[in-house]
Design a protein around this ligand. Sequence first.
Ligand code: SAM
Length: 224
Amino acid sequence: MKNVDVISRVIVNGKSHLATINMLKGTTLYGEKLVSRDGNEYRTWDPFRSKMAAAYTKGLQFDFSKIRNILYLGASTGTTVSHLSDIMGHTGKIFAVESSARVARELISNVSSKRTNVIPIIEDARKPRNYFSIYDKMDLVYCDIAQPDQTNIATDNCKIYLKEEKPLLLVIKTRSIDVTMSPKNVISQEIRRLEGQSFRIKQNIDLAPFDKDHAMVEAIFCPA
Ligand code: SAM
């Protein structure tokens, strides 16, 4: 079989869009466009709807080829989770944590009931020991939780579930942390917090104009 990139760019109406190979051919989730090319069907990945797509568009360098399982905190209705599901395909799994039962109902009916590599966990990410469906350590923790203590929530989960020397992708929503401080200073403060908890910062991407006052930080877990 021809080796193809699971994350690619496609042209729709003359414009280039980020896209993933659709695991569920013929289906869309949030109004994204489907494009057939070389025997594959691609789903456009909207950087205004997904911070991971925004980060890629703004220059994030992140290779999923060695990632087999992901702990995703703040799954919401599954927009980004669905693209990670495309990327993982049949060889990987995403454990998708969401605390709101109302939101999780949509995650289950629209995403995890159809995509067998998505395992929903309806729990508070502040209580990571309650995730009974996780039986292994993770290759990646992704956190997009928009809470004042989001960095500590992410690191607490990493200490239990992330393999050593593996990445955390943390979305920092500065206005959820401190509206009185400048966004730049909030990001520096959260980066220092990560460094103080055995993480080495690899990338720090400003998500504007897709998400104002947000950053995506890649930090490698290096416990002593
Ligand atoms: N990551 C999603 C995406 O790109 O499609 C958007 C996530 S949205 C910004 C944040 C989500 O985190 C909300 O759905 C919210 O209910 C959830 N959340 C907030 N606090 C949480 C907690 N303590 N545990 C689990 N989920 C939480």
